[in-house]
Ligand binder design. Structure first.
Ligand SMILES: NC(=O)c1ccc[n+]([C@@H]2O[C@H](COP(=O)([O-])OP(=O)(O)OC[C@H]3O[C@@H](n4cnc5c(N)ncnc54)[C@H](OP(=O)(O)O)[C@@H]3O)[C@@H](O)[C@H]2O)c1
Length: 422
């Protein structure tokens, strides 16, 4: 199988290195050699693995070459990448991509184009790097009804939260972000990672595959990690929780909840120990039970590994991937509006350290129908204390009304920090 690699950056170089290093192994396993006929990118590739391979800056031209069977899109972005993928599919070439933004935002049209031209569009590398989570959901769990999935699917956010939550750390968000940038774990513009957008792109793709329906990226309730404070980690720990940035997709009878944001999770949860830049996805399905997949969510070779697995599936004539799992129509689940998300919540506030304050605050909550699972108070200096509450399950919109009332109370001297408990 003859391929063109478009984009000779981190992942492109990783794919070239794997194909060079493991070429005999791949040929032995599949009976077919996978060869790079041409590499196309904005500037000349630097990686040794591209040595001797013809190079062009005219990326779209590879789609019209008769010596190219498959186009591998590893440029990123949604403008030139979309044009390239559309041209390749229209020219009858299958495409493999790692581009989550492209699949999450334009997947429906691209899969329709692939089907029309009787070619494939594959995207395993777009979600959670090395972890074969699309394959697990689409193939290994294909006989299951999936109840929910929860994933740590952004390595940068996980690195920052892990550092902020480390034993004895009092590091603030901005300080750890700067460290992540210095180590190359966060981009110069980290917006997509720290605001939850990258995780939402991945959840749109993964949720679609798990729940058999195309998910619009803008249907997802998205929050990032910028508001998490170092004191939240100490409070969470005292109460037996860790803080992780999760993407959650959960089915109810006729409804689907889609959520991206920081959450408290019990310290014994399988996701609690997935630290640093690692990713992990926990899937709860009706027959298999809980399945945890974990591994590196980014990097040249881990992400390249997922791209190469898609290439091997093409060699082997594997069934086409799609944005959903279904081959015929089934009833779609209604996406829950954010306010109707039902969960336990963590609330943190600073209050005046005076008699009767806690009683007054809990009375407000009781009147608003918010019952409490845990309450914790820590004295601060100058007549103030920090109060942390864990609520029982409640609809988010109902809790928000109670929070507004708490914030108006004279004894509450801070805004109220709210995080979901999953
Ligand atoms: N890095 C990861 O660990 C990872 C993990 C999972 C998924 N992904 C996805 O994989 C894709 C590639 O990521 P990456 O980290 O490898 O990015 P990267 O290191 O920035 O590489 C992108 C390459 O494509 C070239 N390029 C970009 N736009 C181009 C254009 N319009 N025309 C021609 N060449 C262009 C760049 O050239 P210049 O260098 O000259 O700009 C660079 O060589 C993205 O969709 C990303 O979301 C990455």
């Amino acid at each position: 199988m003859r391929i063109a690699i478009c984009g000779a950056g981190t992942v492109g170089s990783g794919v070239a290195e794997i194909l060079l290093k493991n070429q005999e192994l791949i040929k032995a396993r599949t009976g077919t050699a996978v060869t790079i006929e041409v590499v196309a990118s904005r500037s000349e590739p630097k990686a040794d693995a591209f040595a001797g391979i013809p190079f062009t800056t005219d990326v779209v031209s590879v789609c019209h070459r008769t010596d190219v069977d498959v186009v591998v899109e590893l440029m990123g972005g949604t403008n030139d990448a979309k044009r390239l993928v559309e041209t390749a599919l229209s020219a009858g070439k299958s495409v493999v991509t790692a581009n989550k933004a492209l699949i999450a935002e334009f997947g429906e049209g691209l899969f329709a184009l692939a089907a029309k031209n009787d070619v494939q569009l594959r995207f395993e590398a777009a979600v959670a790097g090395s972890i074969p989570i699309i394959k697990v959901v689409q193939e290994s769990l294909a006989g299951n009804q999936i109840n929910w999935l929860a994933g740590i699917i952004n390595g940068t956010a996980n690195f920052i939260l892990t550092k902020m939550g480390a034993e004895g750390s009092r590091q603030a968000f901005a300080e750890v972000l700067a460290e992540a940038q210095a180590l190359g774990y966060a981009e110069a513009d980290p917006t997509f990672d720290i605001e939850g957008i990258d995780a939402a792109h991945k959840l749109a793709i993964l949720g679609g595959v798990a729940f058999d329906q195309a998910i619009r990226f803008d249907e997802i309730s998205v929050a990032g990690i910028t508001r998490v404070e170092s004191s939240d980690f100490a409070m969470a720990k005292t109460l037996g929780y860790r803080i992780k940035h999760l993407g959650i997709a959960q089915r109810f009878e006729t409804e689907l909840e889609l959520f991206v944001g920081p959450c408290l999770i019990p310290e014994h949860s399988p996701l609690a120990s997935i630290d640093g830049v690692l990713n992990g996805v926990l899937v709860k399905s009706d027959a298999a039970g809980e399945t945890l997949c974990t591994g590196p969510g980014a990097g040249a070779l881990p992400t390249g590994s997922a791209v190469v697995s898609d290439l091997i599936d093409l060699v082997r004539g594997g069934q086409a991937m799609s944005l959903t799992n279904r081959r015929s129509n089934i009833a779609e689940l209604q996406v829950l509006p954010q306010g109707r998300i039902h969960s336990a919540f963590y609330l943190k506030m600073i209050v005046m350290d005076e008699p009767g304050v806690i009683a007054a605050l809990t009375a407000i909550l009781a009147r608003r129908g918010v019952s409490l699972d845990k309450i914790f108070q820590q004295n601060l200096t100058e007549g103030q204390s920090m109060v942390v509450l864990i609520t029982d399950h409640i609809q988010q919109s109902e809790l928000d009304v109670a929070i507004d009332e708490l914030e108006d109370h004279a004894a509450v001297t801070s805004g109220i920090q709210k995080m979901r408990v999953f």
